[in-house]
Design a protein around this ligand. Sequence first.
Ligand code: 5GP
Ligand code: ZN
Length: 113
Amino acid sequence: MECIFCRIVKGQAPARIVYEDETVMAFEDLHPQAPVHLLVIPRRHLPSLSEATAEDEPLLGRLLAVAARLAQERQLAGRGYRTVINNGAGAGQSVFHLHVHLLGGRLFHWPPG
Ligand code: 5GP
Ligand code: ZN
């Protein structure tokens, strides 16, 4: 089976898409862990952060910039919000298509679990 996020990019699987451009897409997480829980992904399949190369540096910046803009649009910045990239199964990565979690609308603790 093809990667679920690639299927969402191609319109072959449903998602509540909140942003898209030529390189990135953002949609609501299926199992939200906060009142706002969005995933920002590259359109191109890149399995994880550790597989990104020097050529991907503009893309990595773009993912964070889009996350920050979506947070701003949702008035999350005042209370604080969290961006997370889980890298590898041991860190909780379950979908092997790079994604930045954007979580907001509640308090967050540190260190994370
Ligand atoms: P990870 O555990 O890899 O950091 O995060 C994967 C995230 O993708 C999880 O928060 C999970 O709820 C979400 N997810 C998994 N499958 C789907 C799906 O088909 N659609 C959407 N919108 N989110 C998904
Ligand atoms: Zn993919």
